[in-house]
Design a protein around this ligand. Structure first.
Ligand SMILES: [Fe+2]
Length: 203
């Protein structure tokens, strides 16, 4: 199992609070990225709502805080297969699970998972990715010089899901995965966890 959908959604006022934080990002076109410049304050209205929900699973936000994936692409593009990592004290460690909530975007953007290549696999390579903003970062990904070459390398996905974030879901991120990106504003709130997906959804 790679995803577990939940009915958690932010209240209308909390959603508006989030939109106000990120609205400046939608004045320009850019590829999707994790907005590392802003965190949702844990004591803000959306912060309190998500922390209360996650406490039912005995989870907290301490691993990476409450962050957002934002994009405003001018074209549709196929996602890049990768494994999620976080840097703690300079060391790369896995993000095994994420909880994602869609605020804006196309619910038909499909997410894909491949079970065979996961954190620790020697098939993963360290790649440098450069965003359109010029910001670059390292991540573990599938061998290849483009998303197309990586898809060719990795073959058929183990599972896929569209209408995943309706409005929210836990997703496995320590095995190879990706999401296609539709053009236009896309805003997804995300919380990262060290705990495994199986551990979390069995609680
Ligand atoms: Fe990811």
């Amino acid at each position: 199992m790679f995803y577990y959908q939940t009915d958690f959604d932010f209240s209308p006022s909390a959603k508006q609070y989030i939109k106000n934080i990120y609205k400046h990002k939608f004045n320009q076109n850019y590829y999707h990225d994790l907005d590392s410049s802003k965190l949702i304050d844990p004591i803000s209205p959306p912060g309190r709502e998500i922390i209360k929900f996650l406490s039912k699973y005995n989870l907290n936000i301490k691993y990476q805080g409450i962050m957002a994936f934002t994009s405003n692409s001018d074209t549709w593009f196929e996602g890049n297969p990768h494994v999620d990592i976080i840097r703690i004290n300079g060391e790369q460690v896995p993000i095994r699970t994420r909880f994602n909530i869609m605020i804006e975007g196309n619910i038909n953007d499909t997410m894909y998972w491949w079970k065979d290549i996961s954190w620790g696999s020697d098939q993963l390579v360290q790649n440098k990715f450069t965003l359109r903003s010029g910001h670059s970062y390292d991540s573990y990904s599938i061998p290849g010089n483009s998303p197309k070459e990586r898809w060719d390398y990795i073959g058929e996905p183990s599972d896929k899901k569209d209408k995943l974030l309706t409005p929210s879901a836990f997703v496995r991120t320590d095995c190879t995965h990706t999401v296609n990106v539709s053009p236009g504003p896309r805003l997804i709130i995300t919380v990262a966890f060290a705990e495994t997906f199986d551990d979390i959804v069995s609680r």
